[in-house]
Design a protein around this ligand. Structure first.
Ligand code: NAD
Length: 485
């Protein structure tokens, strides 16, 4: 079953799931609002990504933060989240069904709501949380359509509350370093950017198994995945995207490819696949205890399969996407994303008035087994080539942990004490909208073939707070003369 069509669970189901797990849930609070001076959080959507936030709150940042409410449309996952939190020795948060989200806010009184549901449902929880007087921390993409983006922008204005969109990619040390180099003016002001992002046949294929495979859930990879990349470019340039033209198609993850690879055709899911021995895209959900506990064991509550066949005809997202963006400062972006590549990572080049900055990362990880299909070792390179000058390689900044160490830096900023940030990496609804709208515009262009102006998609969207970038009116030194013998 498509997760969007999944049923929400009722209170009885929550308690039944909780009972099965031996838990104390809604109706029997272990937590009390009056007893704590910690910041209070409710989390909606407790699947895989939510764990980064719940772990941070219950572990490193537990002195000043606590989780008071859990909400999910899947009773089993809600129970699992409560069980995992209580196993750390912290007070049990109350668990609520999706239909009881407003009641959760009323009863548990969180100051912050963390939104980690599927992409297309973010807007609903963001708007309801803001209107209930909470601040919101939401995963990317902030949302998936222009109408939903408008609802969020309007709700921020109406409520006076705040949103934080967790663009963790900004915090990874080499990407912050790129911002630092661009701010330094060494390559002058940037006129054009060439950016290619590659997803390999393990991590890339995973998007075609999960809820992401349907645009109604994810906005497609143009929104779900590329929102990270468009946000990086918006932030790196310190500029706003103005107009977008794009081509997109699905050419690899198709029934035809399955047949060309010798299969009889697509099937429903890996678990029951009659050709699992023949298909190297077979994904064994039961093999990983973590994935099994989150998804397989909880299928009975909503019928969501995390291991659907990547060759299904009902997939409606693209695997091959090319986008051109013009920015309000005149810069051009040429961007490509594909999801069936021989290696995973990206390369980007910024062409400025004084030189060129090239940066490349070959990534590992990202999905179970992804490292096994890399074409080389994990590596990061940064090079500056002045116009008519000597190229120099720059030692990349490094970090530890998920997303190149970026997640940890961001979590400290959210839940702990962080020094003032000269790169202005914190992002609110404006950055969330500017990046999502590039993907939304690309989706529109896929359908109509017409160039899309971002200003035609929403109203009242201001530029975010930006770090100062090289001024376009600054004199540019004349390059050295080339001696032609
Ligand atoms: N920043 C990053 O690097 C990063 C990485 C992974 C995921 N994410 C984002 O995190 C979010 C969650 O992704 P995930 O990988 O954890 O997915 P997931 O499928 O593992 O978890 C989603 C959870 O939300 C629940 N849910 C779905 N719709 C709901 C609804 N309407 N109401 C209540 N609960 C609902 C599901 O039951 C599930 O428990 C997505 O927005 C995704 O884009 C961000």
């Amino acid at each position: 079953m498509n997760e969007e069509n999944g049923r929400t669970f009722g209170r009885r189901t929550v308690l039944k799931a909780a009972g099965a797990a031996g838990l104390l849930l809604a109706g029997a609070p272990a937590w009390s609002a009056a007893s704590s001076s910690r910041k209070r959080y409710a989390v909606v959507g407790v699947g895989s990504r939510a764990r980064m936030f719940t772990r941070a709150i219950t572990d490193k940042f537990s002195d000043n933060n606590e989780i008071v409410g859990i909400c999910d449309r899947n009773a089993g996952r809600a129970s699992l989240a409560v069980k995992t939190i209580t196993a750390t020795g912290k007070s049990a948060p109350l668990a609520f069904a999706a239909s009881d989200f407003d009641r959760m806010i009323k009863e548990t009184k969180p100051q912050y709501v963390i939104v980690t549901t599927t992409d297309a449902s973010h807007d609903d929880y963001i708007v309801r949380a803001l209107d209930a007087g909470c601040d919101v921390i939401t995963e990317k993409p902030m949302t998936t359509t222009a109408e939903k983006a408008q609802r969020i922008l309007d709700a921020v204005k109406r409520s006076g509350r705040h949103i934080r969109v967790t663009f963790n990619y900004r915090y990874s040390p080499p990407r912050s370093q790129i911002k630092d180099l661009l701010m330094s003016g060494e390559i002058g002001d940037v006129i054009s950017v060439d950016f290619t992002w590659l997803l390999n046949t393990v991590h890339g294929a995973d998007y075609f198994r999960r809820w992401h495979a349907n645009k109604a859930n994810s906005g497609g990879l143009m929104v779900h995945k590329a929102t990270h990349h468009f946000d990086l470019v918006n932030w790196w340039l310190g500029a706003q995207p103005e107009s977008v033209h794009a081509f997109g198609s699905r050419q690899f993850y198709t029934p035809e490819t399955a047949r060309r690879m010798g299969l009889s055709g697509p099937h429903e899911r890996c678990l029951t696949c009659p050709e699992k021995q023949k298909c190297s895209f077979y994904f064994d959900l039961a093999a990983d205890p973590g994935l099994k506990a989150i998804y397989l064991d909880n299928e009975k509550f909503d019928g969501y399969y995390r291991d659907r066949c990547v060759w299904r005809p009902d997939i409606d997202i693209e695997d091959t996407m090319n986008v051109m963006v013009r920015y309000d400062n005149g810069a051009h972006l040429n961007y490509a994303l594909s999801a069936y590549d021989a290696w995973e990572g990206y390369h980007i080049a910024f062409n400025g008035t004084k030189g060129r900055l090239e940066h490349r990362i070959v990534e590992s990880g990202g999905a179970a087994g992804a490292a096994k299909v890399q074409s080389g070792n994990e590596n990061v390179s940064i090079r500056i080539i002045p116009i008519r000058g000597q190229a120099r390689d720059i030692e990349p900044w490094t970090g530890k942990g998920s997303h190149g160490g970026g997640d940890d830096v961001m979590l400290t900023e959210i839940f702990g004490e962080a020094p003032p940030d000269k790169y202005k990496r914190v992002s609110d609804e404006r950055a969330g909208a500017w990046s999502a709208l590039v993907g939304i515009a690309a989706n529109k262009c896929f359908a109509t073939g017409q160039t899309v102006r971002i200003a035609d998609l929403v109203t009242g969207l201001a530029p975010p707070d930006r770090a100062p970038m090289p001024d376009r009116s600054t004199p540019v030194p004349m390059p050295i003369r080339i001696k032609i013998p």
